[in-house]
Design a protein around this ligand. Structure first.
Ligand SMILES: Nc1ncnc2c1ncn2[C@@H]1O[C@H](COP(=O)(O)OP(=O)(O)OP(=O)(O)O)[C@@H](O)[C@H]1O
Ligand SMILES: [Mg+2]
Length: 246
């Protein structure tokens, strides 16, 4: 059985693309066939994060419109077996995108992949709706900022009733800052109104690896790399304790 997961947030810059690339790499490294779909039309960057920008020539709208097959458009990662990327177009398409066509693409992808991770654009607009329309699960990514948590809450209100399983990931966690703010991860969960799938620490390796186009898991074995691996394992149904942050 294949699972389609949308990674979303409401607020921009919370770490959706980093998490999508990181968790997808881990799921593939754990032996699964994984397709990442960049749904951020016009502002794509999952291709850069995964180091696939030279290879990803056809995008998901080429598949939606029938210009290209999914098999041709989905590019394999050269170093991580089982990891594929279907990128987003650089320019806005002339015609509005069709949810029925997106669901058909997902049905086809489900036959070929164990996990489909869709990197949603920020906001609650058309791109977000398209990314959510065929998903079985949603992961809402927030930082500990009050504004990001409030946007996460709004996102959840839109998703409830449409997507059966919705979880929270709190990203860029700095324990010292949390202490100074007199707040906790539990407060973040309460504000967002969601069960927690994981926490990801603030880690400069996330930016360094993204700039080099290298999946974090190939370079690091601590910090955010472990957090992404833990999240991948929880998505697989394994019980993994929350990582201790110092
Ligand atoms: N855990 C982390 N530690 C440090 N930096 C991080 C972490 N997660 C993400 N970042 C950095 O935050 C910035 C935004 O991350 P990213 O592009 O993944 O966010 P996004 O939610 O996809 O943004 P957008 O809404 O623009 O699509 C990037 O520079 C990224 O390297
Ligand atoms: Mg992004």
């Amino acid at each position: 059985m294949s699972t389609a997961i949308v990674i979303t947030s409401g607020k921009g810059g919370t770490g959706k693309t980093s998490l999508t690339g990181g968790v997808a790499s881990c799921l593939a490294a754990l032996g699964h066939r994984v397709l990442c779909i960049d749904m951020d039309i016009g502002l794509r960057n999952l291709d850069l994060t995964l180091g696939l920008s030279d290879r990803a020539l056809m995008d998901f709208t080429d598949v939606l419109s029938g210009r290209c097959t999914l098999e041709r458009a989905a590019v394999p990662h050269p170093e991580i077996q089982g990891l594929f990327l279907l990128t987003a177009p650089v320019n806005l398409p002339g015609t509005p995108l069709d949810e029925a066509a997106m669901k058909a693409l997902l049905r086809q992808a489900r036959e070929q992949y164990d996990y489909i991770l869709m990197d949603s654009p920020a906001g609650l607009g058309e791109g977000f709706r398209l990314a959510c329309c065929g998903a079985d699960r949603a992961v809402v990514v927030s930082t500990t900022d009050a504004s990001a948590l409030r946007d996460a809450q709004r996102t959840v209100a839109v998703l409830r009733g449409r997507i059966p399983r919705i979880h929270l990931v709190v990203n860029r966690v700095q324990p010292k800052l949390l202490r100074r703010l007199h707040t906790t991860i539990d407060d973040a969960m309460d504000t967002a109104g969601l069960p927690l799938l994981g926490i990801v620490p603030e880690d400069p390796q996330v930016l360094l690896c993204a700039n080099q186009g290298t999946p974090l898991i190939l370079r690091a074995s601590r910090g955010a790399a472990i957090a992404y691996l833990n999240i991948a394992r929880r998505l697989l149904g394994q019980r993994v304790p929350l990582m201790k942050l110092h």
